[in-house]
Structure formats: C-alpha cells, structure tokens
Design a protein. Structure first.
Length: 113
C-alpha cells in the first residue's frame, strides 16, 4: 500500500550553473509543491503511517525552506537537487516516490525502482 501527502512552500532561488542569459540565472521565486509517497504494510491501527507522524518529520523541513533563498541551503537548487534534498532528509522513511513541482507544469520525480 502507498500513501501520500502534499506540502507547499514559497522560496526564492537562482541557478548558478546556467548561462547568464538564462532566465533562471537571476533570483526569482516559486510556490513549490512537494508530494511525499510512502510504501508499507497497513498496521493494526489501519495506517501505513499516520499522517500526523509524517507531518512531524516533513513539516520542519518545509518550514526551513519556506520563505528562504534555497541557495543558502542547497548549492544548485534545481528541482532535481531539491528532490534529492528531501530524499536525504527523509531517509528514515520508506519513501517510494517524491515529486517536487516548482510550477504546476514543471518539476522532478524520484521513485524507487
């Protein structure tokens, strides 16, 4: 069984490794959406993981990123690197998929194969 929960936060970033004439080279902001998917067995309480327990782990990370400049936390804060950042911070969980969207139409997905 898989469960998922969606979180969002607003942050600024710039991409230092793109050419100077690339629009993302300049500081700009996004409202990010992050979807965390957990895989596991249903326990005696009927949960794979209680969403409140998931919040205790994920919300401090989201709070750190919210209204920050991501470059102070991640060297090259692309959607891909932000996805890997979440994966590293949540390594205690049985993550099956992480989706990071920087806009409703763009983002990155990590999934366990």
């Amino acid at each position: 069984m898989e469960i998922f929960k969606t979180y969002s936060f607003d942050s600024a970033h710039f991409l230092p490794k793109v050419p100077e004439d690339h629009p993302c080279h300049n500081l700009h902001g996004h409202t990010y959406t992050v979807i965390i998917t957990i895989r596991g067995e249903i326990d005696n309480s009927g949960f794979v993981l209680d969403f409140l327990e998931l919040d205790k782990i994920v919300k401090p990370i989201v709070t750190l990123l919210d209204h920050s400049c991501l470059n102070t936390i991640i060297d090259n804060p692309t959607s891909e690197n932000l996805t890997l950042y979440f994966l590293d911070k949540l390594k205690e969980l049985p993550i099956s998929k992480i989706v990071v969207q920087e806009t409703p139409k763009t983002g990155a997905v990590w999934s366990k194969t």
